[in-house]
Structures are given as C-alpha cells and as structure tokens.
Write a protein of this length. Structure first.
Length: 258
C-alpha cells in the first residue's frame, strides 16, 4: 500500500496495522483499502453532506470508515456486511452483494450518502451492483465509489511484465476475490447506465519504489509511462462522487450489439 498514511482532519490518526504489513488501521479497525480513499470520503461528507443525513457504508469490513463518519458527527450511520467482522453499535444489514438489493433490505429507507469503497471489483456483476446502489440513494443524495486504478503507471508496468496488474493476479483472485477489473471508460459507462451522474472524479494513493539500485529501472519506467502514455497514470485508486439522475437508466440492450 502507501508509504505513509494521510491524517484525517480532526479525527484520530491512522496507524500501521501490525497484523498486515503495508496496511493501516483507524481506532484499531483494519482498513482494507488505501487510507486515502477513507480520507477522501470523510472530507467530502463533512464538506457536502449534512450531519443529519443517514449514511450507508456498504461492505464495511471491520467498520473503519463507518467509525470515522461517526467520529465526524454523523450519528445515523448504518453498514452492510457479509462476514460479521464489524462490531460497531450501528445497524448492520447482511447483504450478499452478488444479488440485487433494495431499500427494503437496508432499513427500508434511502440514504443521503452511500459509500462503496473498494468493493465493486470483488463482485460478479458490477453493473447490477450499481443499479442496486442507485435504488438506496436518496433523490438528493450522493454515492462515493472507489476501485483500484488499473491504468496507473505501476499497473501498466505490471501488465507488461506479468500479463495482469498484481491486484488481479491469480493469488488476488483466489484469496481476495478480485474478479472484476474495471478501467475508467468501462466503469463510467456502467455508472451512467445505472442512472448516476459523475459529480467528481479523483485519484488517490501512490506507489513508491524504494530507493535502491534494483528499483532504478522501475522508477524510470514509471516516469516514462507518466510522460508518454495517455489515460489515468497517477493514483492507486480511482474515486467517484455520484449523484442520482432523475430519469430512470436506459442502458443499451443486446439488440445494439448482437
């Protein structure tokens, strides 16, 4: 992951996770993504989402992001989980995200903010997941979505050398279920097809090749990719802020293709 974590403004600091080198914790809760995604989500919420809004953290893990939102003053936080790892005293709804879901399965209401941090790449059907998410976002609400940036300089170099980015190699598929690799254009098509408008697009996190003779070629390759290649070469994660469109989605059907 990253060399040093960002500090969430006004909240408890992130700390290295002793049980998972390269990862971080918040209030003792493991963060399964780059902590920059959490910092972005909390900062955006504080700046744009009223504290009275209800918040849903989808696939919360141990609850690190939900804990940060609670500490930031949001007292109507709920979570979804499938593995029962979250011990926070908040409503927790057990959802299999490979299946469609609706507001009825997450407390019977829609939410002013829905967070889906580093989960869509684990799912069998990202398009169906986004459509389900739209159904639980309030008409005036927003969604924060993040996923690994497979267009980054490091990912491109890994593609060239290994045939796939490390985040989607065989070990990641079998141990972490990284099964849906989404590049920018493809993901943004699915976002629009699900009935969302992109409000903001950011890239967070960075990879560092430690200074050493062995890493000199790698560092040079990164700079070359940044200089010569188009696309989103910076940032280890791509993050979107999404708003619901008022009109229902109308994706292209099979008659447009075959």
């Amino acid at each position: 992951m990253m060399a040093s974590p960002p500090s969430p403004d006004g909240l408890a600091p992130y700390a290295p996770d002793p049980s998972a080198p390269g990862y971080w914790t918040y209030a003792g809760l493991h963060i399964s993504s780059d902590p920059g995604t959490h910092k972005f989500a909390v900062k955006h919420a504080v700046e744009h989402i009223p504290k009275v809004a209800s918040v849903l953290d989808i696939a919360t893990g141990e609850g690190a992001l939900a804990r940060q939102l609670l500490d930031a003053g949001y007292d109507r936080v709920s979570c979804t989980s499938w593995n029962d790892k979250c011990g926070l005293a908040v409503p927790i709804y057990k959802l299999n995200l490979d299946q469609p879901f609706s507001a009825a399965e997450v407390g019977g209401r829609q939410y002013g903010l829905v967070c889906a941090i580093e989960i869509i790449e684990h799912l069998e059907n990202p398009a169906a997941f986004l459509r389900s998410c739209r159904s639980v976002v309030a008409p005036d609400g927003q969604m924060i979505l993040s996923t690994p940036n497979v267009e980054s300089a490091q990912a491109r170099l890994q593609w060239l050398v290994r045939g796939t980015p490390t985040m989607f190699d065989e070990m990641e598929i079998t141990t972490n279920r990284h099964i849906s690799m989404l590049w920018g254009r493809g993901l943004e098509y699915l976002i629009a097809s699900a009935g969302f408008t992109i409000v903001k697009r950011e890239f967070v996190g960075h990879f560092e090749a430690t200074p050493s003779l062995r890493n000199i070629p790698k560092r040079f390759a990164y700079q070359l990719i940044h200089s010569l290649c188009s696309g989103d070469t910076f940032g280890s994660s791509r993050v979107y802020v999404l708003a619901r469109r008022s009109t229902e989605p109308s994706p292209a059907g099979p008659e447009n293709v075959y």
